[in-house]
Design a protein around this ligand. Structure first.
Ligand SMILES: Cc1cc2nc3c(=O)[nH]c(=O)nc-3n(C[C@H](O)[C@H](O)[C@H](O)COP(=O)(O)OP(=O)(O)OC[C@H]3O[C@@H](n4cnc5c(N)ncnc54)[C@H](O)[C@@H]3O)c2cc1C
Length: 391
């Protein structure tokens, strides 16, 4: 039987399992990345600056909150399509997937918890890229254990006074609006919609980082910040409310890291097909062929994994443990594939002529970001044994 897939990395013809609309979305993002991102991203990463001019183009492709209703700026796409989008964006660079997934995370929080006025005020502007959003949960001293957060709120004269800070926040230095979680009396958790310009609110950029270099990561700082009561998004004593929204981000990382692996594999394959040593193409050597086979095997397993997970998510049946497993497994897989790719490229693998080293560096953040490898291990471990080893 013939495999009609166009991709050298689609060994099991997953393409034929996708709907026409899903393929269209994937291919339009792929083409956009190729035309607009590939030739500028290396410099953006070296300069440690996000290329802001890309925001509008990605918004026009439905890159922000695409799974939300049309009324709120979405396109009502399914999660398979959203995942394919994340694959193609991260294949270009993690900063693009971060842009899309943070924006979508902020929108999905406002969509889930917000009242109609809040939805109408923010969602369309976030979808069009007119507003850039941040999501603030992690803190300098509380990353894996956000429930111990120190950012706090008190009610005063009908408003809220918020103090504390959030660390490692995607787009903090350039955000117009941020969904921020804080703790009140009796362990109550509140989500607020914070706007740039609010009294007592400032942001800072993390200047020296070797991963996610083209992404603007930073701090949200609240010093007696006054939040009007209409900007309260949600009040709960259930941390689960918060984790629920994070699943979409983790799902995006599972697909995104697959995108990195595919890119690293295809770059290595093309290089091996061209490069000669000892008078022969290196693709003819058994050790190189084994590396290519190992890479493709790992990619194929991960493709089947996220394809199935997306179906479960689209049927509203995916558990957070299944999402943890895919995030953990695919990031680990992509780290392995990227390193093999680097070795096939020899010295050229460390240069900016090829994207491999940039992706390897980005993968280091992906291991930690959206829940560390260890935390996801413990989430799955709890599911298997019924015992939580986290605390
Ligand atoms: C580039 C980047 C962007 C990010 N963007 C955002 C964002 O937009 N919004 C946001 O809210 N957060 C964001 N984060 C934060 C991210 O979610 C945290 O970094 C992550 O949750 C880990 O927290 P930590 O860095 O404080 O590490 P820690 O929690 O201090 O962990 C340190 C180490 O200890 C391990 N560890 C912790 N607890 C246990 C345990 N019980 N058992 C075994 N091992 C354990 C961890 O796995 C890790 O290896 C971002 C992070 C990065 C790096």
């Amino acid at each position: 039987m013939k495999n009609n897939s166009l991709d050298s990395s689609d060994f099991y013809d997953i393409n034929s399992l996708l709907k026409e609309e899903q393929i269209l979305i994937r291919d339009s993002i792929r083409a956009w990345v190729k035309d607009n991102v590939s030739n500028i991203i290396e410099d953006a990463a070296l300069d440690s600056k996000f290329p802001k001019h890309l925001i509008k183009g990605l918004a026009e492709l439905g890159g922000f909150g695409g799974f939300l209703p049309i009324k709120y700026g979405g396109a009502e796409i399914d999660f398979m399509s959203y995942g394919l989008m994340m694959q193609e964006l991260e294949r270009g660079d993690s900063s693009l997937r971060v842009l899309s997934s943070v924006q979508s995370l902020v929108m999905s929080n406002i969509y889930k918890f917000g009242n109609e006025d809040q939805k109408l005020k923010y969602l369309n502007k976030l979808a069009s890229g007119e507003m850039i959003g941040s999501f603030g949960m992690s803190e300098p001293n509380h990353g894996s254990d956000p429930f111990s957060m120190k950012t706090n709120f008190k009610e005063k004269n009908g408003s809220f006074i918020v103090n504390g800070s959030k660390m490692w926040i995607g787009h903090a230095p350039i955000c117009d609006v941020a969904v921020v979680w804080a703790k009140g009396e009796n362990n109550k958790l509140a989500g607020f919609i914070v706007e740039r310009g609010m009294e007592g609110f400032s942001t800072a950029k993390i200047q020296k980082k070797w991963s996610f270099r083209a992404s603007e990561t930073g701090e949200l700082i609240f010093h007696n910040m006054v939040v009007p009561k209409e900007n309260l998004l949600h009040m709960t004593d259930n941390m689960g409310d918060l984790y629920d929204r994070l699943n979409i981000g983790r799902f995006g990382v599972a697909w995104g890291s697959l995108g990195i692996a595919i890119e690293c594999y295809e770059v290595a394959l093309n290089y091996a097909n061209e490069r000669e040593q000892f008078g022969k193409k290196i693709n003819s050597y058994q050790l190189i062929q084994k590396k290519l086979v190992d890479m493709l095997t790992k990619i194929t397993r991960s493709q089947v994994l996220v394809w199935r997970l997306s179906l479960l998510l689209d049927e509203d049946r995916a558990t957070h443990e299944q999402i943890s497993l895919a995030k953990r497994a695919n990031v680990k897989m992509a780290c392995e594939v990227a390193r093999i790719s680097r070795s096939i490229l020899g010295g050229m693998g460390i240069t900016g002529e090829y994207p491999i080293m940039r992706h390897i560096n980005n993968l280091e953040a992906l291991v930690t970001y959206q829940g560390t490898e260890e935390i996801h291990t413990l989430i799955i471990g709890k599911k298997i044994t019924g015992i939580s080893a986290i605390r």
